[in-house]
Design a protein around this ligand. Sequence first.
Ligand code: 9MR
Length: 475
Amino acid sequence: MSPLVRRAAVVFAAGAALLSGFAVHGGAQAQERAADASASVAAEAATLREAAAAHGKFVGTAVADGRLGNSTYTGIAGSQFSSVTAENVMKWESIEPSRGSFSFAAGDRLVDFAQSHDQQVWGHTLVWHSQLPDWVRNGGFSPAVLTQVMNNHITTVMDHYEGDVAYWDVVNEAFNEDGSLRSSVFSDTLGQGFIAEAFRTARAADPNAKLCINDYNTEGLGAKSNGLYNLVSSLLSQGVPIDCVGFQSHFILDSIPSSLQANMQRFADLGLELVITELDIRITLPADSSELQRQGQQFASVTNTCLALDACKGVTVWGFGDADSWVPGVFDGQGAACLYDNNYQAKPAFDAMLTALGGTPGGGDPDPDPGDPPGDCRATYTVTNRWNAGSVVQVSIVTDSALSGWSVTFSLPSGRITSGWNAAYAQSGTSVTATNVSYNGSVGAGGTLSFGFQTDSGAQYATPTVSLNGEACSA
Ligand code: 9MR
């Protein structure tokens, strides 16, 4: 990666260290000030990432490479989330489709996106039985050659992304439902030892990346999570370098395991980091409003479980828009599993998750990023016309930093947007997100972006806080 790219990754890590260092080394008064600052940031945060950061956690999403040209999609992905996982483009079939021939362009696009939005990258995934090219699956390699093929893949991919990817799913979905080892070309040829080998190779390739084992249906106590627990315990006792466990969390409405926290706790007790890596909650279609409300409560409850465990570092959703979800393609008649609907309108699940994180849907945020100089943007919110049942509002923002896409959030305490110009609008209750359209996403440093809309309410209210890409602007 280029020096510029590497520098951005280091700045991200330094920011995280600054936050935790302040609380740890700053003495009692400073700790109190830090706690107060966190509480007020959480209380006013209007985005998931701001609210999660106040707890020292990240909130992530899987990103579909094919959507990176859609400005509504990139606006939400960039403003709401602090971590991104490649939904498909870092898998073996994409990255090493034929032996020794590596293709990093799509993965690099995600890294560039993340770095321009101050996000962590989660690498998914190095060794997995699925989305594995035929040349590996049916290669008929001897144990020695397959070991060399696997290690070469791990080493080449991790070297390429060294400094850019914070966590790697080194081994994915290694278990059967009964807790035994799943049959795959790796386990069939190399036995269970392929897992230790993969982790050792990964540590040598990038000593600073966190190395995870990731699986589904291991969220609650049970046979499969017992298998994972026993394996991880034994790896640790052999000194195998493993840092974290990913709980995918592809849930069904009303079926979140009641033992989620107890199960995660036993892995935390082994000294590991934990992450909810692929959260979605599917519903039998069509989803009615009571189901969508319950889904919100369940997104909140999973979020609360992560907040309750120091070892849980973050929650990643497996895509944020129902339109992009893998669910309907795999489970006939099911879907609506995400935080936003098919048109990228926030669902009750979004508000519930934000509220669980201590944020306020539609709220402002005076300084979401302690340590960041204030005044990155200045906003004017002007009601240019008002009558008994309508108003026209014009918003202009001067940005100190160059933008390659923008997403502006603010609250509209009364009424709904009926039409608008120079932005795409999403409104959920009083929360509005205005995202750039195709022709106005690029704004130079010191430049101005502006957009306007008409509402169906003539009510008067105080000028709301306007946030640009997750940062509150001064008025
Ligand atoms: O969301 C991914 C979908 O686009 C792919 O077609 C699918 C292929 O297996 O993989 C999906 O992501 C999976 C992830 O990589 C591992 N855990 C389960 C996810 C949902 O199937």
